[in-house]
Design a protein around this ligand. Structure first.
Ligand SMILES: [Zn+2]
Length: 86
């Protein structure tokens, strides 16, 4: 779901590098700041379940993702020039 939101927001941030490394950094940054939702099944598997059923939850994910875009863009590890996105 973080990846899906990434793809949604990415086109709005034209100065963002968007290479694989920067994309990965944004997704990892966002995931580390979202509270995990783990559920275990009767088979002993552990699944992650992030409910985005409400506008409020989706809005929170977008806020975290935009912060990630901003942070990564200011110091891209891939060697691209730092950019101020917003
Ligand atoms: Zn990059």
């Amino acid at each position: 779901m973080v990846s899906r939101e990434y793809e949604k927001l990415r086109p709005q941030l034209q100065r963002f590098c968007g290479c694989d490394m920067c994309r990965g950094d944004v997704v990892v940054y966002a995931l580390n700041r979202l509270s995990p939702h783990y559920v275990s099944t009767r088979q002993g598997e552990v699944l992650t379940e992030l409910s985005l059923d409400t506008d409020q939850e989706r809005a929170r994910l977008d806020v975290v993702l935009l912060e990630a875009f901003r942070k990564v863009s200011l110091a891209p590890r891939c060697g691209a020039l730092p950019a101020q996105l917003m």
